[in-house]
Ligand binder design. Structure first.
Ligand code: NAD
Ligand code: ZN
Length: 359
C-alpha cells in the first residue's frame, strides 16, 4: 500500500502576507457560534504583532507560554472545555507561533468535535469526526508542523500525535517577516530539524522520487541558509527557511524520519529535552548512520559558533538510559526505514543504549 496523504488546502506565502489574515477569516466568521479562537505564542504579548491580530470584540485571543513544556493532552482538553463552556463552538481556530502553537491549534480544532480526553485519540486515525476550520501562522520555521498531518502531544503515558487527515491545516499563512525575531540559537536548532528531516528522509528504504524531490530542494535551501556564501539570519534566508521547512516536512511525509528522531523522542519523553535541540544533540553523534549529513552538520555548527554540550550522558542514570532506549526502540517505522526490514537483527536495546551513551 502506498501512502495517501491530504495536503493543506490553501497557502499564502510572502512578506506582509499576515495582513491578509483578516480577509481570509472573514468568510468563515458566520460559522458555529460566530467567534474565532486565536492561540498565540506568549512571546508576542505586548509586541507589535499583538496589535496586528485581526480579532473582533467577540473573539478570544489566548496567549500561551510554550516554554515550560511541550503541548500536553491535559492542556488541550482544558482549552477545549473552557472555550466550549464560556462561548460555545468557534467558527475557526488560528494558531500564531512555533511548532508548539501549530500543534495546539491543530489538536484543539479536532478536540472541539471529538468527545472525551485527547489521550484516547493519540495514534493514527483514531479521531472520529472532522475538527473545525483551522489556520496556521508559523513564527519560527523548521519543524514542518505547519504542513504535517500530526499534532504531537505529551500525555500521561506517551508522547504521540493525533494523526489523521483532519489534522492538516485548512489554511496556512507563511510570512517570513514573522521569523525575523527568532533568537540565533533557536534559528539554528529549529532550522536543523528541517535539515535532519531531509537527511533522514533521503537515507532509508522509503525514499522515493517524490520525497527525494522535496528533500533535494530543501537541502539546497538549507545550504544557502547555513553554509554557502551569504549564509546567516538574513531576510533573504528567512524566505528560504520558511519554504525549506515546508518542503522538508513534505519530504518526510512521503518517506519517513530515522535514527536521529527515534533517539530524540527518547530524550524528549524521559528528560523533557525540546524536539529540535534533542535532534541536534543526537545527530552530532550519528556519523556511522549518516556520515555525509553529520559532517556537513558539524561544519554548520562551526560556522555559526553553536556549542553543543558534550558527555551529557555521564549525568544520566542507567535506568534513564534504559527508559530512553525503550522509547526509541518502540518506534519501529523509523528503524524499519533507516535500517531496513531486518532492523531487529542489529538494533537492540543495548545498541540504542550505546548510542545514548555517546551523547
Ligand atoms: P516552539 O513553538 O516550541 O518555540 C520555541 C521558542 O521560540 C519559544 O520560546 C517561543 O516562544 C519562541 N518563538 C517562537 N516564535 C518566535 C519569534 N518569531 N520570535 C522570537 N521567539 C519566538 O518551537 P518549535 O521548535 O517550532 O516547536 C517545537 C514543538 O513542535 C515541539 O512541541 C514538538 O513536539 C513539535 N513538533 C511538531 C511536529 C509536527 O509535525 N506536528 C514536528 C516536529 C516538532
Ligand atoms: Zn523533527
Amino acid at each position: 500500500m502506498h501512502k495517501n496523504f491530504k495536503g493543506i488546502e490553501k497557502t499564502v506565502f510572502g512578506r506582509g502576507s499576515f495582513n491578509q489574515l483578516g480577509e481570509i477569516l472573514q468568510e468563515k466568521r458566520n460559522e458555529n457560534a460566530k467567534f474565532i479562537l486565536f492561540v498565540v505564542d506568549q512571546y508576542f504579548k505586548g509586541k507589535t504583532l499583538e496589535q496586528r491580530i485581526p480579532s473582533h470584540p467577540e473573539d478570544i485571543v489566548m496567549f500561551i507560554d510554550v516554554d515550560p513544556h511541550e503541548p500536553t493532552t491535559e492542556q488541550i482538553d482544558q482549552i477545549r472545555d473552557s472555550v466550549l463552556s464560556s462561548k460555545g463552538l468557534p467558527a475557526a481556530v488560528v494558531g500564531i507561533g512555533g511548532g508548539s502553537i501549530m500543534d495546539i491549534a491543530k489538536a484543539v480544532s479536532l478536540m472541539f468535535t471529538n468527545e472525551g480526553s485527547s489521550t484516547q485519540y493519540q495514534g493514527l486515525n483514531l479521531i472520529k469526526k472532522p475538527g473545525i476550520y483551522h489556520v496556521g501562522v508559523p513564527t519560527i520555521s523548521g519543524t514542518g508542523a505547519e504542513v504535517s498531518m500530526t499534532a504531537v502531544l505529551t500525555g500521561p503515558e506517551k508522547k504521540l500525535g493525533l494523526k489523521c487527515e483532519w489534522t492538516v491545516f485548512n489554511q496556512i499563512v507563511l510570512d517570513p517577516e514573522l521569523i525575523a525575531s527568532v533568537p540565533r540559537d533557536w534559528w539554528f536548532y529549529t532550522g536543523m530539524d528541517t535539515y535532519i528531516h531531509c537527511i533522514e528522509s533521503e537515507n532509508g528504504t522509503l525514499n522515493n522520487a517524490y520525497s527525494h524531490a522535496y528533500a533535494e530542494q530543501a537541502l539546497k535551501l538549507c545550504r544557502d541558509i547555513y553554509i554557502n556564501e551569504g549564509s546567516g539570519q538574513t531576510s533573504v534566508n528567512d524566505d528560504k527557511l520558511m519554504v525549506a521547512s515546508l518542503m522538508g516536512g513534505l519530504s518526510l511525509t512521503y518517506s519517513e524520519v530515522g535514527v536521529c528522531h527515534a533517539l530524540s523522542y527518547g530524550l524528549s519523553k524521559i528528560l523533557g529535552t525540546r524536539h529540535c535541540y534533542a535532534n541536534c544533540l543526537a545527530f552530532n553523534h550519528l556519523e556511522d548512520f549518516y556520515p555525509e549529513g553529520v559532517a556537513e552538520f558539524k561544519e554548520m555548527i562551526r560556522k555559526h559558533q553553536i556549542t553543543l554540550p558534550q558527555q551529557q550522558s555521564k549525568g544520566w542514570t542507567d535506568e534513564q538510559i534504559n527508559k530512553m532506549a525503550h522509547v526509541s526502540y518502540n518506534l519501529p517505522h523509523m528503524w524499519n526505514h533507516a535500517v531496513g526490514p531486518d532492523w531487529k537483527k542489529t538494533i537492540t536495546i543495548e545498541r540504542i543504549e550505546e548510542l545514548f551513551r555517546r551523547l
